[in-house]
Ligand binder design. Sequence first.
Ligand SMILES: [Zn+2]
Ligand SMILES: [Zn+2]
Length: 152
Amino acid sequence: MLKAELDKKISTFEELCRSKGLRLTHQRLEILKELIQDTSHPSAEDVYRRIVKRLPMISLDTVYRTIALFEENGLVKRVEVLDDKSRYDSNLEEHQHMVCVRCKRIEDFNWQGFDKLRVPGNVRNWGTVMSKHVELRGICKECLKKERKRTP
Ligand SMILES: [Zn+2]
Ligand SMILES: [Zn+2]
């Protein structure tokens, strides 16, 4: 992510925190930055592993609690895939996910045609739809390459 893009995103989130009355301490800001920078939809453990290098005093529990607080306040979204640990997404715009069933990498993609689709009538009778999402599952290019190497 470009520095300018990152700075812009951080200030958007800082504003969001202010509007929610959420105090951004140094630790919280570091965790937030990590979540914004890492577009691979990291788990709390992933964030902790990276952040502990810069903030050796931080605990995994603090990272968990901080991310939970961010989630409650709508700063990040929880993504649950492949019965794996909760992963977090700081991309709050409408987007879809591609999930590799081998390396479990989650990548964002946009699908304008899907965004414009109307839900079928019987779903409208069911109740109110608040969001819709596509999750494509497959094997990513890198994993395909590795598999091809293994089978000559
Ligand atoms: Zn993969
Ligand atoms: Zn995403």
